[in-house]
Design a protein around this ligand. Structure first.
Ligand code: ASP
Ligand code: MG
Length: 373
């Protein structure tokens, strides 16, 4: 059994959904498909909530756009005999449940704690809607993720209840798996109150990893809109190259260092059970992508990432990191950029920028490291 996660762009258009269908239908073992909301919808849900809270009925225009987009997609990807059912479900959810909550926020002075709960309910609609469409498109067995992805309150936040979640996933998916199961990423319930919660923005990757780990899947595949992990953010470093393999530790350091391709908590569950994890491009399924597993990348420059005022360089395990950090500091100092090392793992070093912008330092470092190779 494999777990396949499709992100917002992968489920965001007719064209991409047909690619998803093709990918899923070419699998030769049972799959659990985890979906994000249609690309952009989570942001729209949050924006509509803010408008409604400020008593601005302009949210209605966005709501109409969201409704039209989902309904239009249904008519192109869902087989004819299931379209009415799918349209009714999606229409009811948007025009009754979602519209009702937004109207309530717009027309009343709702107490802050209830607003907080309603915000979490509203933001969960994106995955409910996308999963309904994907389930019908694939004629799959649906599973409701908040039934087994549970959070608890800690430090004023919703955090995963890992032990309970693992147990519930095992009982939910115990026995023989259907060929295709579809569930939602991101969304959860509070273990104590059963209220709507979530795993944080980008959390669908994490849901998929939790399922893959609990069921000891043969693989986790994260299907996105880029070819895999790149050696740097291609918007900042156009010559960044695809990294074909990464150890779990290297991937974790890249994610913690700010790589956006995978949500950072995703690696830990699959690392613990050593589940091979692929990052692949829905739009170019023939490209091999990145394999995260036991084998590390042996390239001298695995990746350069940045987050806030830090830059992280990930390398081979046996690289001389102290020497590398020294050389980088010296070379960048000659360009007027001050850096100090602040953290190290066996395969990475993180430096804090004393001045200058990550957007200029990352390309420079990437270039220096390539010369160093
Ligand atoms: N839809 C959620 C978000 O936009 C979760 C995800 O896509 O992973 O953050
Ligand atoms: Mg994502």
């Amino acid at each position: 059994m494999k777990v396949l996660k499709f992100g917002g762009t992968s489920v965001g258009s007719v064209d991409s959904l047909l690619k998803v269908k093709d990918i899923v239908e070419h699998q030769n073992e049972p799959v659990i498909v985890v979906v994000s909301a249609l690309g952009g919808v989570t942001n729209q849900l949050l924006a509509m909530t803010e408008l409604a809270l400020s008593k601005d009925s302009a949210y209605e225009a966005t709501l109409a756009l969201v409704a039209d987009r989902h309904i239009d997609i249904i008519s192109h990807v869902v087989p004819a005999d299931r379209q009415t059912e799918c349209r009714e479900f999606v229409g009811e959810f948007i025009n009754s449940s979602l519209a009702g909550m937004l109207r309530m926020l717009c027309l009343n002075d709702v107490p802050a704690d209830i607003v907080e709960d309603m915000r979490k309910s509203i933001v969960s609609f994106g995955e409910i809607l996308s999963s309904a469409i994907v389930t019908m498109m694939l004629d799959a067995t649906p599973r409701f993720a908040p039934g087994f992805i549970k959070t608890k309150r800690s430090g004023g936040e919703d955090v995963l209840d890992a032990e309970l979640t693992r147990r519930l996933i095992k009982s939910e998916f115990g026995g023989t798996l259907p060929t295709t199961t579809v569930t939602q990423g991101f969304i959860a319930h509070d273990a104590a109150t059963d209220k709507d919660t979530n795993l944080g923005r980008g959390g669908s990757d994490y849901t998929a990893a939790l399922i893959a780990a609990a069921l000891e899947a043969t693989a986790l595949e994260i299907w996105t809109d880029v070819d895999g992990f790149l050696s740097a953010d291609p918007r900042v470093v156009p010559e960044a190259r695809l990294i074909s393999k990464l150890s779990f530790a290297q991937a974790e350091d890249l994610c913690n260092g700010g790589a956006k391709v995978v949500y950072y908590p995703t690696i830990a569950p699959v690392r613990d059970l050593r589940i091979p994890t692929w990052v692949k491009n829905t739009f170019r399924p023939d490209v091999t992508g990145t394999l995260i597993g036991d084998e590390m990348s042996t390239e001298a420059v695995v990746g350069v990432t940045s987050k806030d005022d830090t830059v992280t360089v990930v390398t081979r395990v046996d690289a001389d990191l102290a020497l590398l950090a020294d050389e980088l500091m010296r070379r960048l100092m000659s360009e007027g950029i001050g850096l100090i090392p602040v953290a190290r793992t066996p395969q990475s070093v993180t430096l804090r920028l004393l001045n200058g912008q990550a957007a200029t330092v990352v390309p420079l470092m990437h270039k220096l490291l390539l010369e160093h190779e």
